[in-house]
Design a protein around this ligand. Structure first.
Ligand code: FAD
Ligand code: SF4
Length: 283
């Protein structure tokens, strides 16, 4: 069960054109966060902003639909969101937060909620966890270099980044403006090579590009909370969706991605152990 436990998996897209234009894929995270905020289910959203327009993700607490919309789109660098939670809870006095996290960050939060030491009491303020699919992240320096090498352009002129079909794309789906991911091996964060969680196993809802046709997001509805929110947004006419079984490439690609990541991580863990190196225990 490489995809963990879930209620159902769908391929979905927002019906709101403004959200769609800003969003990475189907605009599902943005749509659900805005709905949850407007309906009082959360009092703020912990998202990854880009205040300096240089693709350095900065944790931000969004308390208006405009701020949530502003943060849409994927930044392929780790956003130090966990570090920001304490500040958000203490200074902004929020205790009912929806958060967008990578799989490793979802694990950290669930552990902290279960074993309430250190950031435990703050972690309990996260009530709705959106986990993204994740194969790897890159340092900002590496992304800066890709922009220069691929486009001969400044990172600030990049409007969009995508990782899909085994390549890293900047700005558009142009075969002349992509780097095959195998050429980027060595630029990823070192911890990513021993990470086995592709689909954010511990989130309320997990979302990603893989499995869906272009312009749609794959959504794994894991908890009742996640499923209820999704159904409410569909009932409000804000999303359209198909079961994952009805779309191409569908479930099989998700399983391939999940199993592939686990296999690579196991290989790297073995290699590091054989060399007597420290291996962090990421699920
Ligand atoms: C670091 C990273 C790696 C990813 N890798 C893959 C992958 O390998 N395969 C795959 O299928 N999908 C991957 N995704 C998921 C995919 O890029 C989309 O996030 C997903 O399909 C949801 O699309 P959307 O249109 O609903 O999101 P949107 O509505 O555009 O919302 C995106 C949300 O993600 C937040 N966000 C952006 N960057 C970060 C970050 N670094 N950390 C935390 N939150 C962030 C934004 O603030 C925003 O709230 C990755 C996402 C991230 C953040
Ligand atoms: S690959 Fe794993 S460790 Fe790396 S950012 Fe993604 S979830 Fe975190």
């Amino acid at each position: 069960m490489v995809l963990g436990s879930y209620e159902k998996i769908v391929s979905a897209k927002t019906t709101n054109n403004k959200i769609y234009k800003h969003a990475q894929d189907g605009g599902i995270i943005t749509s659900l966060l805005i709905y949850a905020l407007e309906e009082g289910m959360i009092d703020g959203a912990l998202v990854a902003g880009d205040p300096d327009h240089d693709w350095v993700p900065v944790p931000q607490i969004a308390t208006t639909p405009e701020e949530i919309l502003e943060s849409a789109g994927t930044k392929y660098t780790m956003c130090p969101s966990i570090e920001a939670i304490k500040k958000v809870v203490n200074e902004e006095k929020l205790n009912n937060i929806g958060a967008v996290l990578t799989p490793c960050q979802c694990q950290t939060i669930r552990k902290a909620q279960k074993y309430p030491m250190s950031i435990g009491s703050f972690a309990n303020s996260l009530n709705l966890i959106f986990g993204v699919f994740c194969l790897r992240t890159f340092s900002h320096e590496a992304i800066d270099k890709f922009a220069e090498d691929m486009l001969g352009t400044n990172i600030r002129d990049v409007k969009r980044m995508n990782i899909a079909h085994g390549s890293f794309y900047l700005n558009e789906w142009d075969d002349n403006k992509r780097i095959p991911l195998k050429e980027l091996h060595g630029f990823e964060q070192k911890g990513c090579n021993v990470c086995k969680d592709f689909s954010s196993l511990f989130a309320d809802l997990s979302l990603g590009t893989a499995g869906s046709p272009p312009s749609y997001s794959t959504v794994i509805l894991r908890t009742k909370k996640g499923l209820d929110l999704f159904n409410s947004v569909v009932d409000a006419g804000l999303l359209e969706f198909d079961p994952i079984e009805d779309v191409c490439p569908g479930l099989s690609l998700l399983e391939i991605r999940g199993e592939g990541k686990e296999h690579q991580a196991n290989k790297e863990i073995k290699r590091r152990e054989e060399q007597g190196m420290f291996v962090p225990r990421i699920f």
